[in-house]
Design a protein around this ligand. Structure first.
Ligand SMILES: NC(=O)c1ccc[n+]([C@@H]2O[C@H](COP(=O)([O-])OP(=O)(O)OC[C@H]3O[C@@H](n4cnc5c(N)ncnc54)[C@H](OP(=O)(O)O)[C@@H]3O)[C@@H](O)[C@H]2O)c1
Length: 302
């Protein structure tokens, strides 16, 4: 628990001992990979999700010796495609059965992408909308049955402070008519917070499951170098120099997954283990319900 001691000393006494099982999407690099390492160190079993076989294998190799007393595996899924998310949920079920684990303790919707030019998935969705927001909505709903009987399950969507600087574009949710990479990114990050707010309302009868949005701050990762734009690469290389390390960012997320004290909190948006007030637009009940209904239709969820 060395990192909590250094950064969150006042929470140390309330940390639960682990043997939790936690899923992390986008666990092949940056914050997701750092979080996987920290959770293994804490004694958690980890299922990492990645979109590339090679990067999944690299990550699994890099983490294989972190804690021999825990389970670790990587599963492959392109989260821009709902068909692959459904398949992934089936694979997760099989993985839990093969480890003889009865329930899931956590899901971290962390994967995100930032293409410079708009790309449309084979299923007809804007890729940022599909990966950064809709995949988390669908995967969470598919995995909720596995969290039902967990003593204290947590769902964490990794959002961003950029969600403060936008509003919901209801008439063009996927920005088909007005795409700009940062505009789309902020929009998906706001949608995540609305989703988390509404999810907690849906979970009122399940006090053992809590959902949070985590703001990792500015983090020195490669996210801005993967958008197929040398201009964006240049900007991000400068900007990320001011960011914290992925390890430091992951600590705030691990806190939300493992700390016993947050169980009774009604705060939904957290940064570095401290609750923050989100964009007030994310707390508008009608908007939260509206987004839930639209998202349900988009993923054919009854
Ligand atoms: N970096 C920051 O300053 C910052 C600030 C605020 C919030 N965040 C949030 O933090 C989270 C993690 O970002 P990061 O900075 O750590 O970036 P990152 O290193 O690029 O991590 C993103 C992860 O998502 C995966 N991914 C992308 N598209 C995918 C797809 N279609 N299917 C499955 N996985 C996919 C990536 O896989 P590959 O390894 O194959 O690329 C990678 O593992 C994101 O939600 C981001 O919005 C980051």
């Amino acid at each position: 628990m060395f990192f909590y001691k250094e950064i969150f000393p006042y929470h140390l006494s309330t940390m639960s001992p682990s043997s939790k099982t936690i899923i992390i999407t986008g666990a092949t690099s940056g914050i997701g990979l750092a979080l996987a390492r920290q959770l293994l160190t804490q004694g958690c079993n980890v299922i990492g999700i990645g979109r590339s076989t090679e990067r999944c294998q690299q990550a699994q190799r890099a983490l294989s010796n972190v804690n021999p007393h825990t389970h670790l595996t990587y599963l492959l899924a392109d989260l821009s495609l709902q068909v692959q998310i459904h398949k992934l949920a089936g694979q997760i079920k099989q993985q839990l059965a093969s480890w003889q684990i009865a329930y899931l303790d956590g899901l971290v919707n962390n994967a995100a992408t930032l293409p410079f030019h708009q790309t449309i998935t084979m299923e007809g969705y804007d890729t940022q909308w599909a990966v950064n927001y809709l995949s988390g909505f669908l995967l969470t709903n598919l995995l909720l049955p596995y969290m039902d009987c967990a003593p204290a399950a947590r769902i964490v969507s990794v959002s961003s402070a950029s969600h403060y600087h936008t509003r919901m574009h209801w008439h063009d949710l996927q920005l088909f008519h007005s795409y700009n990479p940062l505009r789309a990114y902020k929009h998906t990050k706001l949608a995540q917070v609305l989703f988390i707010h509404e999810l907690n309302r849906h979970l009122q009868d399940f006090p053992n499951i809590k959902a949070f949005a985590a703001d990792p701050g500015l983090v020195n990762t490669d996210i801005g170098l993967k958008g197929n734009s040398s201009f964006m690469d240049w900007i991000w290389k400068l900007r990320r120099k001011g960011g914290v390390s992925p390890d430091r960012a992951a600590e705030g997320i691990a806190f939300l997954l493992l700390d016993m004290g947050v169980r009774d909190s009604h705060q939904i948006y957290w940064r570095d283990a401290h609750p923050q007030t989100p964009n007030p637009r994310a707390l508008n009940l009608k908007d939260c319900q509206r987004l839930w209904q639209i998202s349900s239709r988009m993923v054919n969820l009854t």
